[in-house]
Design a protein. Structure first.
Length: 279
């Protein structure tokens, strides 16, 4: 469940208050809302490190410090920036390995910019930067363990693949390319230079399988949510509907150049909220 993204395809927006994440989370009861905004804040901070233009060695060191701080939190010695997390970790059973997986995912962009990962690496990236966020989130929402893990798996990947398809040009602008190598080669694209790939006439052929994969994950996530009480899945359902709508707007626009930015308009967001926020 990804949170909202920045210019990269990791999942966290430039402003919580202006994001679909904020709209979905503000409907939660106080303790759940506080826990979700703590998760958001953590993700945002490590994402900002990965996306900064500082020296790569300094960014790696800063991410390692976050790992050390997470370890300290779970050893009962939280640093100042994580002191408020103690109650949420205990109340909702948030797991150390999910926080660490998010750091690992952000770090995948740091030693060198991701360019045309193979499908296995792309799936690992999606798991770390999106589904790991989901695994923390579903504990806050109160889903049963098995359904929660499966929802995090499918919805996280659906949101992240949508991000990747939406942000092709923006990512290329900072030297990154998340489209899978197998898809590029199948379309006859041999370059992994983001600037060249995004103007290649065969690019839509790369995107079509990713659209299908994202739709499959959305459908699996919907099946899980339909089998759970509506009050438990209100927030992830809103996120799902927002992002599924964005995916379909991308499909309607197409992936050939020129690609106009795609955004869900305010009325569409309001309609989703009205339909799914209230039981």
């Amino acid at each position: 469940m990804t949170l909202e993204t920045t210019a990269t395809s990791a999942s966290y927006g430039t402003s919580a208050s202006g994001s679909s994440f904020y709209a979905a989370m503000r409907i939660l009861p106080h303790e759940q809302r506080e826990a979700m905004f703590q998760i958001y804040s953590f993700c945002r901070q490590v994402d900002d490190i990965a996306d900064s233009d500082g020296p790569r060695e300094a960014r790696l060191a800063a991410l390692q410090q976050w790992r050390d701080d997470i370890d300290a939190l779970y050893q009962g010695q939280p640093p100042a920036r994580l002191r408020d997390y103690v109650a949420s970790v205990r109340r909702f059973g948030l797991r150390r390995e999910d926080f660490l997986a998010i750091v690992d995912g952000m770090e995948m962009d740091v030693p060198q910019d991701i360019r045309a990962p193979d499908l296995a690496t792309l799936d690992l990236y999606c798991d770390r930067v999106a589904s790991a966020v989901g695994r923390l989130s579903v504990r806050v929402f109160g889903l049963a363990e098995a359904d929660g893990i499966q929802l995090a798996h499918h919805l996280g990947r659906a949101l992240q693949l949508t991000n990747i398809l939406r942000d092709i040009d923006e990512d290329a602008g900072i030297g990154r390319l998340y489209l899978p190598l197998e898809g590029l080669l199948h379309a006859g694209i041999t370059s992994t230079d983001p600037a060249r790939v995004i103007v290649d006439p065969a690019l839509p052929k790369v995107c079509v399988p990713l659209v299908a994969r994202a739709r499959m994950h959305f459908e699996k996530a919907d099946e899980i949510m339909r089998s759970n009480p509506r009050r438990v899945v209100r927030a992830p359902r809103i996120m799902s509907k927002y992002y599924r709508a964005i995916l379909e707007l991308l499909v309607a626009r197409g992936f050939a150049v020129p690609r106009a930015p795609v955004r869900l308009n305010k009325m569409a967001r309001i309609m989703i909220l009205l339909r799914y926020a209230f039981i």
